[in-house]
Design a protein around this ligand. Structure first.
Ligand SMILES: [Zn+2]
Ligand SMILES: [Zn+2]
Length: 635
């Protein structure tokens, strides 16, 4: 007899000696049997057709789970490979993993694929799915598998298998005649594969190595149903329209160059925006009792050895040498070790805590060139970083303060939808359970006391402490993880940071690392896309452009501009020798929020006519009226 325990604790008993997941699901309900794709058996994910021959805990993975959607995508990737082989027999298949929103498959073929081929490939995929052969798993010995793939000339697969240890067994999935090397799991049938689309094709080196052959990577997306697919395609279309790289060009904010990969050239308007954002955060920090510091970008390797970065993070660090200097240096990938140096430069008593030390730290991290993406993924960026040195007892209050601070900033930037996740202790960690208990509870209490919903990320904390993550949802439904608050018991110990307690003894403070916007570069990218370039007035690099209808109104236009500038409005004049319509279009494309038109009537009445971006109607103001309405929005 077999006892099968379900997630709700219920135990089902079966008379059989062996039973498959599918049979159990059928025994529970028809709808479960229909929607189940795989199962978790005693914590291990496997196919529904896996036979269970001992008492087990079983959890079904259905189409409605995130993991279920990943299985759908993985199944679709296999079908893509099979379709390629049937249409282009001389093509070789390599690897085909699941990625965010879809999958890809890397293919070696001597002719170039283009999107023109996609319809034929998709049709073939549908034809294969209709055969409904079902995925069948087979375990074979390593050497057997090498022979199997050698016999069909799939040399890339052979190379992958040859990297495995001698006595290893591998799993191969059959779909009809076609077979592919794969760990699984796969759904037992293909009826769930009804909403997919091939998206693009790009080059990719075999094993990411530029000395190895270039392959063709076909990307696809797959969803549970056509509504989800349509929604996704619409989101992609919308995202392309508001791509920050395009907006950056149209608004003349920044550019990138091949000879400075992953680092930004800020043009004057972009830098204006950057500085506005810095000052916005800086003012709020000052109001909240932060001090601001600046620590070196170039530090001796010895500092990074003490902090542990040299051991754990070396692959991501840029190092530096100089002729005539023996010591090795590294460009900082984070500002924390520098902050501790400042903390240590004096004697601290418990009465001085918390010390809230902010820094707009410019950091550099090596990222593979293929992963760089406009402002969203760069190698050099500026964090709105702060380190709060405090006692254990102060963690809760300080965390609450940071949460409030973060939420108010997100709101002013136009994000109302914020998700909070708390990551708790991982298996590998330092610090006593008592300290972990206290600090995890402090974070939970901080968030709960604000009446905010949150999720727990089990075991996802760093080895040196739990953390809170803030994720924003943008205007087209994409999630961006932005801010973090990280409790750290480790770094103050490594650098021997101390304070004198009420007991007269020395103690290590707790360090809270917090960043609200994270990377300012990335946040500007997110802001541009979220607002589709139509930024909040306070952040817009040019708030207003004045267009005199013709030359004869220049004097009045300049007078108006000077009055606005005097009041702190970022105003410009465009009296170029072009038609009014041409100039209007130009500034609308550059997303200027307010366009002021000045002609005969305006000069005579000492007024201005204002046109807001995206609105047809024009409003007439006197200059003081305009200033008053702007001041309200900018402040
Ligand atoms: Zn597979
Ligand atoms: Zn830090």
């Amino acid at each position: 007899m077999l006892n099968i325990q379900l997630p709700d604790g219920k135990v089902l008993q079966f008379q059989e000696k062996k039973i498959t997941g599918l049979e159990i699901a059928e025994g529970i309900s028809i709808s479960l049997a229909k929607s189940a794709l795989a199962m978790e058996m005693d914590g291990k994910i496997c196919d529904l057709t896996t036979e269970i021959d001992q008492d087990s805990k079983v959890k079904f993975i259905t189409v409605n789970d995130e993991l279920g959607l990943e299985i759908i995508r993985h199944d679709t990737a296999h079908i893509l490979a099979q379709a390629i082989k049937e249409l282009y027999p001389s093509a070789l298949i390599t690897i085909g993993p699941v990625i965010k929103d879809g999958f890809y498959y890397d293919i070696s073929y001597d002719q170039h694929f283009s999107t023109d081929d996609f319809t034929a490939i998709e049709n073939k995929m549908r034809e294969i799915i209709k055969r409904n052969n079902g995925f069948v798993r087979k375990i074979v010995a390593r050497n057997e598998a090498i022979k199997m793939f050698e016999s069909i000339g799939e040399n890339y697969k052979v190379e992958i298998i040859k990297d495995l240890p001698e006595n290893e067994e591998v799993s191969v999935y059959y779909y009809g005649e076609f077979f592919d090397l794969c760990r699984g799991p796969h759904a037992s049938n293909t009826k769930h594969l009804k909403a997919f689309k091939l998206m693009k094709v790009a080059g990719a080196y075999w094993r990411g190595d530029s000395n190895k052959p270039m392959l063709q990577r076909i990307y696809g997306t797959a969803w549970r149903n056509n509504e989800e697919l349509e929604q996704y395609l619409k989101m992609i279309e919308e995202a392309e329209k508001r791509d920050h790289r395009r907006l950056g060009k149209e608004m003349d904010l920044f550019h990138f160059q091949d000879n400075a990969p992953g680092t930004v050239f800020w043009h004057s308007k972009g830098w204006q925006m950057f500085q506005t954002l810095v000052n916005f955060i800086r003012n709020k920090q000052t109001e909240s009792g932060y001090i601001e510091v600046s620590t070196p970008e170039l530090l001796c390797r010895s500092i990074w050895e003490v902090s542990g970065h040299w051991e754990k993070f070396k692959e991501n660090m840029f190092t530096a040498h100089a002729i005539g200097e023996e010591r090795e240096f590294a460009i900082k990938p984070m500002s924390c070790p520098g902050a501790v140096q400042i903390y240590n430069h004096g004697l601290t008593s418990y009465r001085d805590l918390p010390i809230k030390m902010a820094e707009f730290g410019k950091v550099h991290r090596f990222e593979p060139s293929g992963s760089l993406h406009g402002l969203m993924r760069v190698r050099g960026f500026t964090q709105d970083d702060a380190h709060i040195f405090c006692t254990e007892e102060q963690i809760q209050e300080q965390s609450r303060e940071v949460c409030e601070f973060a939420l108010s900033i997100y709101k002013e930037c136009g994000f109302e939808d914020v998700k909070i996740k708390i990551s708790d202790r991982p298996d590998k960690r330092i610090g006593s359970d008592e300290v972990w208990d206290k600090s995890e509870q402090a974070l939970i209490n901080a968030v709960e006391s604000m009446g905010i919903q949150y999720e727990i990320n089990k075991g996802e904390g760093a080895f040196y402490g739990p953390k809170i993550e803030f994720t924003l949802t943008d205007a087209i439904g994409r999630d961006w993880q932005i801010g973090t608050l990280q409790v750290d018991f480790n770094l103050p110990m490594r650098f021997n940071a101390l304070y004198t307690g009420p007991d007269g003894n020395k103690h290590h403070p707790i360090m809270l690392h917090r960043a609200i916007l994270g990377s300012l570069e990335r946040f500007i990218g997110i802001m541009l896309e979220h607002h589709s370039g139509k930024l909040p007035l306070w952040l817009a690099p040019t708030q207003l452009v004045i267009l005199p209808v013709s030359e004869q109104f220049n004097d009045y236009a300049i007078k108006v501009m000077n009055e606005l500038k005097f009041k702190g409005v970022r105003a410009e004049i465009d009296n170029d020798n072009q038609t009014l319509n041409y100039r209007l279009r130009k500034h609308i494309l550059a997303k200027v929020l307010l366009i002021v038109i000045i002609g005969k009537n305006e000069e005579f009445n000492q007024t201005v006519t204002v046109r807001k971006l995206g609105e047809e109607k024009q409003i007439v103001f006197t200059v003081p009226e305009l200033i008053l309405s702007l001041e309200k929005e900018i402040k």
